[in-house]
Design a protein around this ligand. Sequence first.
Ligand SMILES: [Zn+2]
Ligand SMILES: [Zn+2]
Length: 293
Amino acid sequence: MLTLTFLGVGSAFAKRNHHSNALIEVWTTSPDKQSGPDDTLLLDFGAVGPIAIDQLKNKPGFGYLARDGIVDYNKIQNIFITHQHADHIGGLEELAFMNVFVLSNGGDGAAFKPRIISSMNILVNLWDTSLKGGMSPLPGRYALLQDYFHILALRSIATGYEPFHIADRYRFEIFPTDHIRIERQYDWPSYGLFITDTETDESVFYSGDTRFDFATYEPMMTQAKLCFHDTQLYGDAEPVHALLSELRTMPSEVKKKTVCYHYGDTWDRPEYSFVGEEFAGFAKPHHRYVLFE
Ligand SMILES: [Zn+2]
Ligand SMILES: [Zn+2]
């Protein structure tokens, strides 16, 4: 079984919900029959991710994330980075420092290193232009990204990017998203995920941050049994997210299986009450969605 739980469901500027980061868990049986999952994958870890996961560890079914009252980051085995905005990467320094300085006392004292996964260009930029300032200096030496993480840089291949797998069975294919255009479409790297259960061939679509681009995503969203799509509630002349009004133009059978996430703080105004009927609703924070049985 594969499950997905949003640490938060909010936009970069949301204050009522945390940033849109998600915890994917692999189960041999199911969450009610195991004390913890077999494997874990974080989709992004933004600036308030550490607060969100600290709250999640106290919820029923997520106790395995706690150690002596704090978050046991050793339980996060893999981290996928969709892009470099702070609501998606701002928590990584804390996660890595917790592994190195706080949670490394057991065993031989060596720090646990999760695997960090993304395209080559994101991982290079992630270190050079985001993380290096705070994470390079260590007592007595300079550190590199590989001092904190095992690195899986996905290579560009003829059909896009090479996929990665979790627990062998679940295939994650990344695709570029039309999020920020500097001069042209796709020139600032940003990715979404198409997840497949290779035993059943069922699939799930996760948009990442993107402008409305249904023409490109339609084959994936039509095939997927469940879709998660970022959305922006208010109109904007130059949006960098899919406007809710644009998502409403998708076919009804696609809308019915689409969960809207990355939304602003005004979601519970009466004017958005149609989302629960027209779509699969607004994403619920700390709710364990079953992706594949
Ligand atoms: Zn974002
Ligand atoms: Zn973004």
